[in-house]
Design a protein around this ligand. Structure first.
Ligand code: G3H
Length: 219
């Protein structure tokens, strides 16, 4: 069976399609991950990625999985190696996110039945990631290479591939991306701001609620 048709990928796409947003947590440490995740949850965001570049990310993911409950998908980001995949599977993550296309990572994730949001940028990379079993393809970093116009251009010849623009996605561009056919959008800094280093959570609440409402128009 083609990897795109595997049950875990289909189920992941169904749940991401119901949310349209991946909120990315990446910081110097994971001290505020649980507080920020709770604000995101309360605003209606149900898909959260915690980047492995954050020390203690896997422990924090375990906490989020316990505290947020089964209606939220919690994944690990910045997954780059087969051993990262093994560690994430042991931690019980719901999905993986990679910055790059790695056949080894995709193949190992398939063995665990873990959906992968696979990073790719060019049409060749995007197609290769999809054919190798990505659940969706993260177009990264989309902001610096052309934003919504770039998404439209790469999507035209690859219309069946679910694309998730990531990297420099501002709140003001979310409707543009989703209107151009993005399967979902992902954001770290423009959404989270300074909340992961002790910044104001009321500002995060405002941005997260706005994002959830914008995305909700496309569900
Ligand atoms: O891990 C984060 C991605 O690189 C996206 O970051 P950003 O939304 O702050 O541009």
């Amino acid at each position: 069976m083609r990897a795109a048709l595997k049950k875990h990928n289909i189920r992941f796409r169904e749940r991401l399609a119901a949310s349209k947003v991946i909120a990315i947590l990446r910081a110097e440490d994971a001290e505020y991950f649980a507080d920020v995740a709770q604000v995101l949850y309360d605003a209606g965001i149900r898909v959260i990625e915690a980047a492995l570049t954050t020390p203690g990310a896997l422990d924090a993911i375990g906490q989020l999985l316990r505290e947020l409950g089964p209606d939220t998908m919690v994944g690990a980001g910045s997954v780059r190696t087969v051993s990262d995949v093994d560690n994430c599977a042991a931690a019980g993550v719901d999905f993986l996110v990679t910055p790059t296309f790695s056949a080894g990572v995709l193949d190992r994730a398939q063995q665990y039945g873990l959906p992968v949001v696979c990073g790719a940028l060019t049409p060749t990379e995007i197609d290769a990631a999809w054919r190798r079993g990505a659940a969706v393809v993260k177009v990264f970093p989309i902001g610096p290479v052309g934003g919504v116009g770039y998404l439209r251009a790469v999507r035209a010849p690859l219309p069946e591939i679910p694309l998730v623009p990531t990297g420099g996605v501002t709140m003001d561009e979310v409707e543009g991306y989703l209107g151009a056919g993005a399967f979902a959008v992902a954001a770290a800094g423009p959404l989270i701001g300074d909340a992961l280093c002790g910044g104001r959570l009321d500002e995060l609440t405002r941005r997260a609620s706005r994002l959830a409402a914008l995305a909700g128009k496309f569900v």
